[in-house]
Structure formats: C-alpha cells, structure tokens
Design a protein around this ligand. Sequence first.
Ligand SMILES: Cc1ncc(COP(=O)(O)O)c(C=O)c1O
Length: 415
Amino acid sequence: MQETLTKKIFNVDELRKDFPILSREVEGKPLVYLDNAATSQKPQSVINAISDYYSNYNANIHRGVYSISIKASEAYENAKIKVRDFINAASEREIVFTRGATEAINLIAYSYGFEKVNSGDEIIISEMEHHANIVPWQVLCEKKKAVLKVIPVNDNGELLLDEYKKLLSDKTKIVAVCQISNSLGTINPVKEIVRIAKEKNKSIAVVIDGAQAIHHMDVDVRDLGADFYVFSSHKMYGPMGIGVLYGRAELLEAMPPYQTGGDMISSVSFKGTTYNDIPMKFEAGTPNVEGAVGLAAAIDYIKAIGFDDIHKQETKLLEYAAGLLEEIKGLKIIGTAKDKTGVISFVVEGFNALDIGIMLDTSGVAVRTGQHCTEPLMEKFGIPGTVRVSFAFYNTKAEVDIFVNALKKAIEILK
Ligand SMILES: Cc1ncc(COP(=O)(O)O)c(C=O)c1O
C-alpha cells in the first residue's frame, strides 16, 4: 500500500533521513550531492511505493480481469489524477505519460507540429533552451522548410521580451520556452510569454518546458494559459523513465498518434485501425506502471513538504553559496537574473570546468560540468562550459561550506 504522508515540519536534518542515498559516503567522505538539476535523489516513500508495486501487484494493465491487474490499472489511472491536481489541469484526459520531458517535446513536434507547421511558417524558441527543446523544433523546421527563430538573452541570462515581441509574426505557429533554465537558473515570465503570444494570435501554440520548474514552484497550467506543459518525474524526486505531457484536450483530440500499437488502439482490422481516446491515444505499448506509481508517491512527498518551505530553503542556499563564491578570485557566475532558482553556474579564470568537477568528486562533492545540453547558450557567453551546482531543499549550508572549501582546495592543487 502507498504510504499516506501528512504535512512535514521543515527540519532539513530530519528530512534528509527520508533519502537513504544522502547518508552514503564517497571515497570515505559524506556524499555532497549538488547535481539536482540533472536528477534529484529519491525519498524512501517513493522507493517503497515502487517496491510495493513489484512485491504485491505487478501486472500488465487495462486488459486484465484479475485483481492484481485491476489494482495496477487503478494505480496507473490514480497517478494521472494526482498529476492533474498537481498542475491544476482541467481533466486527467489531458495528462499523457511519456518517458520524460524530451519525449513529450518530441511528441508535440512530431504530432502537433507535423500537422500544423508548413513551409515558411515560424517557430520561436529561446537562446537558453535545453537541447531537448531545440532539436525537435530544428528537425521539424528542416522537414517542413519552416523557420526557427530565437529569443536572445541579455548578459544576466534573462530573456529579452521586447525582442520576443518583435519575433512574433503572422507566420508564428509555435512558441516553445523553458520556465526555468537548467544552466542559469533563470525563472522566465512564462505567463507573460503566453499572454504576448495569444495577444498576437490565439492559435499560436505555446509549449512550456517545465523540466526545471515543476519541483521548485506551484505550477497551474490553466493560470499560465499554456497549451502544452512538459516535465520529467526524475527531477522531482520520482523515478526515471516517466514524464508528463500536459496538453489542452481540444488540441490533443485533434492530434494524430505519435507511436502506434498496444494501448493506443481501439480496434484493428486489415482494412484499417481506429485509435483510443486521449490520453491513451498517445501511450503506445505497455506503459510504465512502476514509474506512474513512483511519480504519484513523489507528488505526495512534495505536497507533504510544501513549496513555501522548499522555496525558502533553496533560496537561502542560493544566496549563501553565491556570496561565498563571489569572494573567490577569478570566479565568475554565469547567470545573474533577478528572478532565479537554486542553480549556480560558474567559471574560474584559467581553469577547466571538467578538472574542477573531477577534483570536487575526490572530496565527495557531486557537481555537473560542461555545456549542460545548452551549447548555444554557452556560445552566447563565449565559454566552453561551466561548473554547475544545483540545490534541492535537502541540501544544507554545511554542504555548501564543504563544497566551497573543496573548490578552493581544487584551485590550489590545479594551479
Ligand atoms: C530544461 C530542461 N528541459 C528538458 C530536459 C530533458 O529532460 P529529460 O532528459 O528528463 O527528458 C532537461 C534535462 O535536464 C532540462 O533541464
């Protein structure tokens, strides 16, 4: 049975005990995990929910008439309801489970995009997008002879909304932007971005990549006015291999299937095939039931803490770490937007980011180095890559101290 979680008092030392991996050591030193933008760690309740599924009711879903299949089907469908409520979608019919944010964006590009975008049409993305929100649109534009336009960012890593307004035209069919940048931590004014697009033309579809936002802030897709919103479970304390495509029902209903076979089918004959209703129309093959169960448990976990406390802790860590890093000679923070989440990307003059990352690991500190799947953004800043630390609510000031001291040591050794 899935555990019922009641509201947790925010005590970081207590909450850390929910995450078994946080008490492990690396090379004899406590693990300091600061790569949460790549993937988050998982609480015991999520691990238990998945283990319980496999121990007690693992079965293929929807077509079984026996009790464990019925229970597994219910768990899968309940997970959709939980996601619906979590993002305030109008109906669970608007929730499609995918492998993750990447697959969700590809689904939109291949299904909605291939139907709606024609030669000479335009798609707008931004300079700070993750490759997952660049390449599917690039491929679509190549295939359809459409034009990809890019909203530039300023030197602080903020989107230039005036430039965005200038890019919108009568040919714009899709606007696709991230809510939070994975490399810079910039929080984009996506509600405003949607409003501006819709003011230009109601039929422009706006896609919000929420991969870096869904675990940091309350997301209300109806309030945002987004047509599509995508995210991955693994960045929000849930399992890998499952993610969500939210799409307005009216749009999903009109879209052709993305993949075919299995659950997306209503009936098949050699004369032709009819498709299932949404959202199953977009879920070909055996779905990821384990993932759905784990994602539902992750949502329960986030709700038990609450975004107010999550935000407070992550902001505290961001400000504390930025203050300490700014004192290091030759260190430059890339991405200093006014509205920012717990991500710090930086370069240290004369040092290679990769070397710094490897040295930090010897102190048990896990950070990410390189381009962070945002090569065009790195090009804009004229750098090959950065060291990136990204916080979750379970990180502590003491961990920031360990990281900063390890960084200073690494710089000394690498000199
Ligand atoms: C902003 C953003 N979009 C999309 C993705 C792709 O997510 P996934 O690899 O889980 O599909 C990521 C992953 O880092 C991301 O940070």
